[in-house]
Design a binder for this molecule. Structure first.
Ligand code: ADP
Length: 195
């Protein structure tokens, strides 16, 4: 099962990916998590990425495509994967198409979580509060000011990725405003038709 989840920041891609990962026993490849790990470890990629991420911009396509290309070579991704947060630009989508073509791999589904933009900021604020309550550290970009930039970045650079997939694959949409369980059920319905 090779799946891409699309949607703006706060749409619920991470929540749904975690559930699908369990069900299908495939890894969730979240570029945001990979980049945050690189920042934490202070790797050269992390050093380049930090300021961009903190400002709500996008890390360069070359870096992110390189990370994903390496990651899908790993053994646990041979049976499939869920891409969460990638591709985030049409360039990345084109690079992924090429990458999969070379490996003779097909995508099973591209699913977009459609959400009301007005709900996103309060979801992010809730996530920050829950993180604090659990004793964790809030992401540097989970604050209202940076969120505005993330949303602008999404509109300008990532929303066109949906149109890209509408052209080359069947893009499915799911109502991301529904209850978490209902969103999962809707995604599973789409995937069952494919399996
Ligand atoms: P969100 O919760 O907003 O979807 P992520 O955790 O996926 O955020 O990503 C956090 C940040 O990491 C992004 O704002 C961006 O700076 C960087 N990032 C993640 N994935 C990509 C990507 N595919 N291309 C470029 N930058 C990325």
């Amino acid at each position: 099962m090779r799946l891409i989840l699309l949607g703006p920041p706060g749409a619920g891609k991470g929540t749904q990916s975690a559930r699908l990962r369990e069900k299908y026993n495939i890894p969730q490849l979240a570029t945001g998590d990979m980049l945050r790990a690189a920042v934490k470890a202070g790797t050269p990629v992390g050093l380049k990425a930090k300021a961009i991420m903190d400002a709500g911009g996008l890390v360069s396509d070359d870096i992110v495509v390189g990370i994903v290309a390496d990651r899908i070579e790993e053994a646990d991704a041979h049976n499939g994967f869920i891409l969460d947060g990638f591709p985030r630009t049409v360039k990345q989508a084109e690079a992924l198409t090429e990458m999969l073509h070379q490996k003779q791999m097909d995508l099973d589904a591209v699913i977009e979580l459609v959400v009301d933009e007005n709900a996103l900021l309060s979801r992010i604020e809730k996530r920050a509060q829950e993180t604090i309550a659990a004793g964790g550290t809030v992401r540097a970009d989970d604050n209202p000011e940076t969120f505005k930039n993330r949303l602008e970045t999404y509109r300008a650079q990532t929303a066109p990725v949906s149109s890209y997939y509408r052209g080359v694959e069947v893009l499915k949409t799911v109502d991301g405003m529904a209850e978490i369980d209902d969103v999962t059920a809707a995604i599973e319905n789409i995937l069952q038709v494919k399996v």
